[in-house]
Design a protein around this ligand. Structure first.
Ligand code: HEM
Length: 288
């Protein structure tokens, strides 16, 4: 069963006498943290909102990919994979998925910090309060739109930057047109999902007691490319809802890049581990 993040917040809220009600409202609307019928219901509701803009998402992504391709063609030197690739692509996607104000969309980019165990109580409370203000005034689809952005922002934007940097490390100095691009993201910002064992069980010889937390790895450099691409978006009933547009983005981007005569070279990379995500804070390559 899924890890019940909302219940954990309820416990902390009671123990510390802190109001986290809006954070709980969001967490209990996120399918990743739900199981059974509740999960099915929430997933369906979000899938409908996602599907409404499916064609527009592709159009918006295609346009930004073309612009990125042009800017690479005119570059001789450093290219910032965060500012010039992942942020513009995510901004295009989020603007199509969510019709709310920029303030709402910016908050949604911070909301994944609610999953981060190391977040200070002060920042947790700040996010809760900002979310409370926004949920008060929202329309019927607001929660679904915020939920999609919250779950999509870090895997999408960070995996894009990390993946192109990985291509540069693996193909230092090669012409883009000579690189065999993988059919799926070669690196991921989200490498595991947690589950709760419903009964005493044994998986691959490892015993798990009922109620224990199990970390299921979805991506690891030691796994084969084939295994990683199979599990990148999770497996089973919780499989990623944003997979179609993420796959589309990767294919479109690698197609554009693979037509270029430019060479690619890795430059600076630094990352921050904000569980469960690995977020690049500096991610540069050179195109020459
Ligand atoms: C490269 C990009 C992405 C990667 C690697 C990725 C990865 C994942 C993974 C591993 C899960 C968990 C599956 C599980 O619990 O078994 C997941 C769930 C989810 N993702 Fe993504 N994701 C990406 C992009 C997106 C985008 C762009 C969106 C939304 C616009 C999105 C929305 C969701 C949702 C709603 C779920 C929850 C599904 C459920 O629990 O039923 N994802 N994703």
């Amino acid at each position: 069963m899924a890890f019940p993040m909302g219940s954990k917040y309820r416990e902390v809220s009671l123990r510390t006498a802190t109001d986290y009600s809006s954070a709980i409202q969001l967490l209990e609307a996120l399918p990743v943290f739900l199981s059974g019928d509740e999960h099915k219901k929430r997933r369906k509701s979000m899938a409908l909102v996602y599907a409404q803009t499916r064609k527009l998402q592709e159009k918006a992504i295609a346009q930004v990919v073309d612009e990125v391709g042009q800017s690479i063609e005119h570059r001789h030197g450093a290219f910032n994979l965060i500012d010039e690739l992942s942020i513009p692509l995510w901004t295009a996607l989020r603007n199509v998925i969510c019709s709310e104000s920029r303030e709402v969309k910016d908050l949604a980019s911070e909301l994944p910090d609610l999953f981060y165990p190391g977040l200070s109580p002060r920042k947790r409370k700040r996010l809760n309060n900002k979310l409370a203000d926004i949920l008060k005034s929202g329309n019927g689809q607001l929660l679904n739109q915020i939920a999609l952005l919250t779950l999509g922002v870090r895997p999408f934007s960070s995996s894009l930057a990390l993946s192109i940097h990985k291509i540069a490390r693996d193909n230092d100095g090669k012409r883009l047109c000579e690189i065999e691009f993988p059919t799926s993201f070669p690196d991921s910002a989200l490498t595991y999902v947690d589950r709760i064992s419903m009964r005493d069980t044994v998986v691959d010889g490892c015993p798990f007691s009922a109620g224990s937390r199990i970390r299921c790895i979805t991506f690891d450099p030691s796994y084969s490319e084939e295994n990683n691409s199979k599990q990148l978006y999770g497996i089973g009933s919780h499989t990623c809802l944003g997979r179609p547009i993420s796959d589309y983005t990767w294919i479109r981007l690698s197609n554009i890049l693979s037509q270029s005569q430019k060479t690619i070279h890795p430059n600076a990379l630094s990352v921050e581990h904000r569980e469960p995500f690995t977020i690049p804070t500096k991610c540069l390559v050179d195109f020459k």
